[in-house]
Design a protein around this ligand. Structure first.
Ligand code: SF4
Length: 330
C-alpha cells in the first residue's frame, strides 16, 4: 500500500470513528452510567486503565450502579509482564469490584484437530509473517478485542437470561486511552458507539475513555493519592517510586514503544528480547520500522547506549490540575 493510500485509509477510519459519536445511548461527551445495564472496564494493570477504572467506579457508586461494573483483563501470555493478572485483580478490588466480577480472557484458536488452544503474540506474529505497527495493530484486536467478545456475550446473557430486555441491552465499555499518547488517539471521540461489539438485536455497546483529556502528571497524581498498587515497570527498580522505568506497561515489547523504552525493556528481560529477535530473523520483517529487535538487543547489551533520550523524568512532574481531569472524577 502506498503512503497516499495509507493516509486515505487512516482518514476514512477517523471519519468512521467520529461518526459513531452520534449514536451513543446518552448525549454529550460523558455517558450517564445509569442508562447502562452493564459497565465493563478493560484493565491491563497499567497506569491509565487503573485511573479510568477509579473514575467510572466513583460514578457508578454515586449512582448506585457499582454492582453493574465488571473488570476484564486480556491476558497476553508471554507478551505481558509477570504478575499483570494479579496486579489488575488488586486494582479492581481497590475499586470495590469483587473477584466474581473480575474476568480474565485470552486469545484461543481452533487447531487442525478441532481443539481450542491458546495463541500467544509471538505465535500470531509468526503466522502472519509481520509485526504490528501503528497503522495495523492487529494484535490489539486479536489479543484483546476479539478475545473479550465472547465474554461480553456471556455477560449480556447473564444480565438478561430470559432475553426479555426491551431492545438491545446497553453496555458501556471503559478504556484508559489518552489523547496525549498520539494524534491517532487524540482524534478519537472519548464517547462513541462501538460498532464491532454492537449487535443490533441483542446489545448496544458504547465506548467511553474517561481519562482521554487527562495529562500524564494528573494520572500519576491520582495514582499516588489513591495508593493503589501500580506496575513496577514504571520505576527504575520495583518500589523506587521514581518514574524512571518504562512509559508503557501492557506488552513487554511493543513496536509502538519508544526506542529508549524498548532498550530499557530488553535490559530488564533479555530472554524475551532474544526470543523476539529470533522471530524477527525467522519471518524477515523488522520488529519496528528502522529499528530491528536485533539492534535493540545490541543497544541493551551496551551500558552506554541510548543516553540521548532523557525526558522520562517528566513522569512525576507537578500535576497540571488546570485540566478538568481530577474534577471529572467527582
Ligand atoms: S501493547 Fe503493543 S504489542 Fe501489545 S497488544 Fe498493544 S499494540 Fe500489540
Amino acid at each position: 500500500m502506498s503512503k497516499a493510500q495509507r493516509e486515505a485509509a487512516t482518514r476514512a477510519r477517523r471519519d468512521r470513528v467520529r461518526a459513531e459519536a452520534a449514536h451513543t445511548i446518552t448525549e454529550g461527551d460523558v455517558p450517564d452510567v445509569t442508562k447502562y445495564a452493564l459497565i465493563i472496564a478493560f484493565l491491563s494493570g497499567g497506569k491509565d486503565g487503573q485511573t479510568a477504572l477509579r473514575v467510572v467506579a466513583d460514578r457508578a457508586r454515586a449512582s448506585g450502579r457499582l454492582d453493574r461494573l465488571h473488570v476484564v483483563h486480556a491476558d497476553l501470555g508471554e507478551a505481558e509482564w509477570e504478575g499483570s493478572v494479579d496486579l489488575a485483580r488488586a486494582q479492581a478490588a481497590a475499586a470495590a469490584v469483587p473477584g466474581e466480577r473480575f474476568h480474565v480472557v485470552a486469545r484461543t484458536i481452533t487447531t487442525a484437530d478441532g481443539s481450542r488452544v491458546r495463541e500467544g503474540l509471538l505465535t500470531l506474529v509468526r503466522r502472519r509473517g509481520a509485526w504490528p505497527d501503528a497503522t495495523n495493530r492487529y494484535c490489539t484486536s486479536a489479543m484483546k478485542r476479539d478475545a473479550s467478545a465472547p465474554l461480553v456475550t456471556k455477560l449480556v446473557n447473564w444480565y438478561d437470561p430470559g432475553r426479555t430486555y426491551p431492545g438491545p441491552v446497553p453496555v458501556l465499555i471503559i478504556m484508559g486511552m489518552r489523547a496525549e499518547e498520539g494524534p491517532e488517539r487524540a482524534a478519537k471521540p472519548s464517547y462513541r458507539r462501538d460498532p464491532r461489539l454492537t449487535n443490533k438485536r441483542r446489545r448496544h455497546v458504547d465506548l467511553w475513555l474517561p481519562v482521554h483529556t487527562w495529562r500524564l502528571a494528573d494520572i500519576w497524581s491520582d495514582i499516588h493519592t489513591s495508593n493503589v498498587p501500580y506496575s513496577p515497570v514504571y520505576d527504575s527498580t520495583p518500589g523506587a517510586r521514581d518514574g524512571l522505568g518504562l512509559r508503557r506497561h501492557s506488552s513487554r515489547l511493543c513496536p509502538l514503544m519508544t526506542k529508549s523504552d524498548l532498550v530499557a525493556s530488553a535490559r530488564r528481560d533479555p530472554e524475551t528480547a532474544a526470543q523476539y529477535a529470533a522471530v524477527e530473523a525467522e519471518i524477515g520483517h523488522d520488529f519496528k520500522h528502522g529499528l530491528p529487535m536485533a539492534h535493540i538487543v545490541e543497544l541493551a547489551q551496551n551500558p552506554d547506549a541510548n543516553e540521548e533520550e532523557t525526558e522520562r523524568g517528566a513522569l512525576f512532574e507537578a500535576p497540571s490540575l488546570t485540566t478538568h481531569a481530577l474534577a471529572a472524577r467527582r
